[in-house]
Structures are given as C-alpha cells and as structure tokens.
Design a binder for this molecule. Sequence first.
Ligand SMILES: *Cc1c(COP(=O)(O)O)cnc(C)c1O
Length: 222
Amino acid sequence: MSIASNIATFEQQLVGTSARLVVVTKTHPVERLQEAYAAGARIFGENRVQEMAAKQPELPADVEWHQIGQLQTNKVKYLAPFVHTVESVDSLRLLQELDKQAARHDRVIRGLLQFHIAQEATKTGLSLSEAEEMLQSAEYQALRHVRLTGVMGIATNSPDEDLVRGEFRQLRGYFEHLKKTYFVQDEEFCEISMGMSADYAWALAEGSTLIRVGSAIFGSRA
Ligand SMILES: *Cc1c(COP(=O)(O)O)cnc(C)c1O
C-alpha cells in the first residue's frame, strides 16, 4: 500500500468523528513527508527536536508541527519559531521555557498535558494531582505565550482491549475533570490525544480527538 492510500484509509475512518490524524513522521526522510503532504496530511508529529527543526523548512508553511516526545528545556529554542503544539508537556519548568521562547518570537505555542496512564513504569507523564498543582500555581497563571489545549497519553502496549480502553477512559476522565474545573470558558481546551497504530480504533471509541499514527502509514521504522 502507498502512503497516499494509507492516509486516505485513515481519513475515511475519521469521517463523522471529531478526531484528526497526526501523521507521525519520525525517522522518515523528507521525501516521505512531502508524499504525505501531497496526500492531504497537514499535522505531522516528530519526537526529536533536531530532526523536526531540519525537516520543517522543507515542507510548506501550513503544516502543523507537533512535538510528541519528551522535550528538554534546553532544546525548546530550536522549536519555538514554528512548533504548533507540544503534546508532551510534563512540567511547569517546560511550560515556563516554552512561554519565554515563544515570547521572543511573538507567538503562542499550544501544549497538551501528558499524563501517565500506562502500566509500564517507563512511560512518562504527569499524575492528575501534579497537573492540578501546576494549574493552580501563580507561575502557571502568569504565562501568556503558552496555551494548554488538552491532554495526551500513551496506553500500555498490550493486546488486552479492556486494559487499553480503560487507560484511554481514564485519560478522558482527566480531560473532563480539568475542563470543568479550569477551562470551562476556554473553547480551545478541547483535545484528547490518544491512540497509535496498534490501538487507534479503541482510542476513537473512547473519544480521542487526535490519533498519532506512524507505522500503519509508513510501515515499520528502521
Ligand atoms: C512513535 C509514536 C507514535 C506512533 O507510533 P506508531 O506505533 O508508529 O503508530 C505515537 N505517539 C508517540 C508519542 C510516539 O512516540
């Protein structure tokens, strides 16, 4: 199957849902991103800062670049001129650095709070109480150049549907709690980024608004 037909298949599955496709392009050369763009893809996800910064000038300006991997504060400056959404916000310190660097470019960077929902200890992310502590802090409330637009999570890598769907449901529950407690007036706080190649169908069934799909479009990564 070609990249174009794989993307078309995904887009078809999203018709009638409120979800959008993040095409995860990490490790793939620019030519394949251009092919995906020609097939209609407009949201690209990368997890390495240098790689995203190198690819960005090679693609049209209307691409929405999403950082989906852990982001070190010392690398924020390389993404700040163009990144649309950092899906992996896991600390106040990172938000503060995003705010500072976005201000230098006179722009606003969107962020998703990444939650730890999987059983594997290695998968990073916030707990609900850590996120709430951050949202209640004066330091967070002073930020003007970052805007939180939702939540993100990575489920356990498992074929157990009940387990994985339960984790997605938990993430959605976090989203709903935060929405009604901190963002009730804020229409832009609307994203639940969950679901990858192996589990996107379950994520959609649990209310995902952004599925992040790499290998099901490009084949497995080298
Ligand atoms: C790599 C990656 C994906 C895509 O994974 P596939 O299994 O290739 O679809 C999604 N989300 C994150 C955070 C990733 O790092």
